[in-house]
Design a binder for this molecule. Sequence first.
Ligand code: SER
Length: 319
Amino acid sequence: MKNILVIGAAGQIGSELTPELRKRYGHTRVVAGIHKTIPPRELFESGPVEIIDVTDKEQLVPVIRKYKIDTIYNLAALLSVVGEANPLEAWRVGMNGLLNVLEVSREYRCAVFTPSSIGAFGLSTPLDNTPQDTIQRPQTMYGITKVAGELLSDYYFKRFGVDTRSVRYPGIISNVTPPGGGTTDYAVEIFYAAVKEKRFTCPLHPKTYLDMMYMPDALEAAVQLMEVDPSRLKHRNAFNVTAMSFCPEMIAAEIRRHIPDFEIHYQIDPIKQSIAESWPNKMDDSCAREEWDWDPKYDLPKVTEDMLRVIKKKVKGGE
Ligand code: SER
């Protein structure tokens, strides 16, 4: 039976992964580790919550011991755009945090999931059908922490036998907690703008392609990878995973099928644009499909339909 700690439980992924894990493994067995962000009320009501600063190892140890934790989902990180505004903090949270998680996991025999990202690639990577194993020379501090994190996680597996596993998430589209300062955030913001104002000002060029995924598939990826028989894994840190690839023009056209008078305008943000151009247009995720049966359910039409349905309900309810 698993005893799980989610670090970063109040963030975009954590606020949905924690309830999902509680549903699957039992509410009292999944501890929500929060830091500065105030979590949704349900997180407190549905199971244990602990305040943890991942950059301080002394705060991790008592929680691991108290709940006999054997699996850690380490989600604490700064996204790409905020990471560029504060590169040292991005390093401190991403790397010092990960090192602490890996060290306690070595000592207490925990399995570790730490998301990597499309940000782990850069301009010298083949950006179409980006292979699983390829050149990784990212230009952002976010990407540098992701590549270093992949290497460190593989090192702890090979050297110390820590069961580390990871995926390279694309942009994640969701409607519970907003993403905090990423390059792919436009693909979330566009839905809120479409429902509220029927109009969106896009920071990326109309033809900038990026990989994307809806949150239910992102949660499934994390849980499925952590559950798979390790003898099947040829790779560990980290698997390419994608569910769709689109550009702003395409998502706008899809939204117009539901809201015909929706308008998109472009005001290019040079930082976001240059980051987006250094990331894959579309990753090849065949290794994830072969090694642990990755099989996403949501494509662009399905995400659009569901996002608009949920956001319309939220807006009507005054959220
Ligand atoms: N969503 C992230 C970002 O845009 C990429 O993994 O920073």
